[in-house]
Design a protein around this ligand. Structure first.
Ligand SMILES: [Zn+2]
Length: 114
């Protein structure tokens, strides 16, 4: 289980599972925010504190809810659905504690067209 938080600590969460890879997407949104993303089924994410501090940004087709802390601006995760309707969470690995970023396998995704 991994623990994570936004920068100011208003939002705290846990994620069940092991990080298999980190997605680096080059779309306009991910590149600006510098995400390293880990996709997990939505039930693996538990928001333990500060859900009411989160605000939501959507763009393009508005299928992903980009949740970010309204105090410090960190975006610890986004919520969305797979094409088959399965609820997913995209965890920002950079907001997790105790992760050696150098040891995460990076996978580049060309999201620029989306
Ligand atoms: Zn915050």
């Amino acid at each position: 289980m991994h623990k994570g938080s936004c920068h100011c600590g208003a939002v705290r969460f846990t994620v069940d599972g092991g990080i298999d890879q980190g997605i680096e997407c080059n779309c306009s949104h991910c590149s600006r925010k510098g995400f390293l993303l880990w996709f997990v089924p939505r039930p693996a994410l538990t928001i333990s504190e500060g859900e009411d501090r989160l605000t939501t940004y959507t763009f393009n087709k508005h299928v992903i809810q980009h949740r970010f802390c309204q105090v410090c601006g960190c975006q610890p995760f986004g919520l969305g659905k797979m094409p088959d309707g399965t609820a997913m969470a995209a965890i920002n690995i950079r907001c997790l504690e105790d992760v050696e970023l150098d040891e995460v396998k990076r996978v580049a995704v060309n999201g620029r067209e989306f």
